[in-house]
Design a protein. Structure first.
Length: 647
């Protein structure tokens, strides 16, 4: 990755900046794909659904010079039904030597499906709490980017884990589906004393044990899924920063960085933006979710980053530093991915789309609007490079690692869908909806699916977003717009919007369309036109003669190319009067220039019978049957005839 150390100044042009960011982003996504590829052989395990894990105690012994682990994992769990056996997931490459319950050995067996099946001495009834301890050892399988890797940096051994999505069972006995978070964990790591160990949460102690070894204890007191539990061991140099706003509501807390000594100086420089980014996320969303413990980074030998709770594992660039985009992306996951975790891999955009968009918001915050627009343009270019593809995955796609970690769809399209929601709802409504989502007691430190996000946004927006989610999240493709504008005099112009769709799964993309009308001498005015039908016309007030029209100048919505032109033809009276929506189930809106006075509207059925007269440009036809109707719109300039369909 190409590290970028910019905090307040941009040293390159916006285009170059965006290319650097996009290059780093593409490498990050490719690394996540590689790391997950061999884990996808295991999906949902129904044999672990009958209990809830409440606590793990991982007592592990490792040496970064060896691809080997031994340990004892104690698990407290609550039965969700009467149990005579309990099943944990553990790779068959690892050997279990004993299973105990309160010091008493239990019978167990191994399945061919990487399971430890424990026979309980008596039935454990539903809602009862109990525990078991599994002692095991072996060489975790690790080819390429594995869940458990022992390698070197600058000739020094280093060991690290990366379990997303299904690799936790490759190095410890666990339950790793997206249905259960562990309430708290204690991790004890015994390793040669010349090394420093890292894990989730706060370090509690480091004591000498035996000859030449030390045991480091970490405690993490927040709910955590199995795939985010991680350890790392090498000769780390520790560099501590401070975050928080220094108020009673936002007290300071530590940022603990574990760095390879040979790159520590460069890493320290590249970490300078970290407190500012963290404080920005806190001020924009909700307080850092794990602020009673720490945030931080641990350097490791994989080509990307991984958002392990309270300590993101990070790779440095060629010159030793971390890129700012990687720092922002992995940090953003602490809110979206770690506090609230996607409830299925079909909903992966709730992790990756959010982290990608929050990293873009950091560009907006630190570098300004031009860099933000350039970044959004890069994402749109990626999204529209193919005509199909949805944000939300099908059941089959959720088994395909390349589709789960699709940079075009899960990351870029997911991020731009969030940008469009922000544009549609308005900044404050959008952010309040996200704060409510993060603070929802049913979702916070638990799991969420796409309808959970939709529901919270609808609650603050005050209207349904189902059409939006159908078009932009569940279905495929994007629109291509053709926009024309005409001067019609008296300080008004008419804007006509036409649209084609790249994929047949969407009949029409409903979305507010950003249009800029320009005039002589650099004059311009921006409009947000609620486009719901093809060929829709909007009569807008404009305080100058329009000389040009520009579409999507700030890259607010997903669209490919398209056209925006200034028309010169004059309009007939009937062309200046619009009726929308059409078809309609209830509401009728009539638009007309301010030079024309509205008198009334008469509605006739297909037999020519008058069904009503309306004295407003907005009215409803709820009482009418489904079918075709004719409107006679009477104005100061004459009568205009329009046809509508009641659906």
């Amino acid at each position: 990755m190409k590290p970028i150390y910019i905090l307040f100044l941009i040293c390159f042009s916006s285009a170059t900046f965006a290319q650097n960011i996009q290059g780093e982003f593409d490498e990050l996504v490719q690394a996540e794909k590689r790391a997950a590829a061999k884990k996808m052989r295991l999906q949902i395990n129904p044999n672990t659904y009958n209990y809830d894990v409440v606590y793990h105690r991982l007592d592990l012994a490792v040496d970064p010079a060896d691809q080997y682990i031994s340990g004892e994992v104690t698990t407290k769990y609550i039965a969700k039904e009467d149990l005579s056996t309990v099943v944990f997931e553990l790779s068959n490459d690892l050997t279990v030597s004993s299973v105990k319950q309160r010091g008493v050995s239990l019978a167990f067996s191994r399945s061919t499906n990487n399971e430890v099946i424990i026979n309980l001495p008596e039935v454990q009834f539903m809602t009862e709490l109990d525990s078991v301890s599994i002692t095991y050892a072996g060489i975790p399988t690790s080819s390429g980017f594995g869940a458990f890797s022992a390698t070197t940096h600058n000739g020094t051994p280093v060991l690290w884990t990366l379990s997303e999505p299904f690799g936790a069972m490759e190095w410890w006995p666990c339950k790793q589906d997206l249905n259960d978070k562990v309430d708290s964990i204690d991790v004890y790591i015994t390793t040669p004393s010349n090394y420093t160990a890292v894990a989730n949460g706060l370090e509690q102690s480091k004591v000498v044990v035996g000859s030449g070894n030390s045991k480091t204890h970490f405690h993490h007191g927040y709910p955590i899924p199995a795939y985010l539990i991680a350890i790392a061991v090498t000769n780390y140099a520790i560099y501590t920063q401070q975050a928080g706003l220094g108020t009673p509501e936002s007290p300071f807390f530590p940022i603990v960085n574990y760095q390879y000594p040979e790159t520590a100086a460069t890493n320290t420089t590249s970490l300078a933006p970290t407190p500012s980014i963290l404080n920005f996320f806190e001020a924009t969303f909700v307080p850092y979710p794990f602020r009673n413990e720490k945030y931080g980074h641990a350097q490791f030998g994989w080509g990307g980053g991984m958002e392990h709770t309270t300590v993101s594992f990070m790779t440095a660039g060629n010159n030793g530093g971390y890129s700012r985009s990687l720092i922002a992306h992995e940090m953003a996951h602490q809110w979206f991915g770690d506090k609230v975790t996607c409830g299925s891999w079909k909903d992966i955009w709730l992790n990756e789309g959010f982290a990608t968009y929050l990293a873009s918001m950091v560009i907006e915050f630190l570098d300004g609007d031009a860099a933000f627009v350039s970044n959004k343009n890069s994402m749109i270019t990626s999204i529209t490079s193919q005509t199909s593809g949805a944000v939300y995955l099908t059941d089959t796609e959720a088994l395909d690692v390349n589709r789960i970690f699709s940079s075009r769809l899960s990351y870029n399209k997911g991020a731009m869908v969030l940008n469009m929601l922000r544009y549609k709802l308005g900044n404050e409504v959008f952010l309040q909806g996200l704060r409510n989502y993060l603070n929802d007691p049913a979702l916070a430190y638990a799991y969420a699916v796409t309808p959970d996000l939709q529901g919270h946004l609808e609650a603050v927006y005050g209207s349904s977003l189902q059409e939006f989610f159908n078009d932009w999240v569940y279905n495929q493709g994007y629109p291509v717009y053709a926009i024309t504008a005409h001067n019609i005099g008296n300080g008004q112009a008419v804007v006509t919007i036409n649209q084609t769709q790249s994929d047949a799964s969407v009949n029409f993309f409903e979305m507010p369309v950003p249009v800029r009308l320009t005039g002589a001498g650099g004059l311009f005015q921006d409009y947000k036109l609620e486009n719901t039908i093809n060929g829709q016309q909007f009569i807008v007030n404009v305080p100058f003669t329009v000389t040009g029209v520009v579409f999507n100048i700030k890259k607010d919505i997903i669209s490919k190319n398209g056209s925006a032109t200034l028309g010169s033809a004059s309009f007939e009276l009937s062309e200046l009067v619009g009726v929308y929506p059409n078809p309609t189930s209830s509401e009728i809106n009539i638009s007309l220039p301010n030079t024309i006075a509205f008198e009334n509207c008469e509605v006739f059925n297909a037999l020519g019978q008058k069904m009503g007269t309306y004295n407003s440009t907005q009215f409803t036809i709820d009482q009418l049957a489904v079918g075709m109707y004719s409107l006679v719109i009477n104005t100061s300039e004459g009568s205009i005839h329009k046809n509508i369909i009641k659906k």
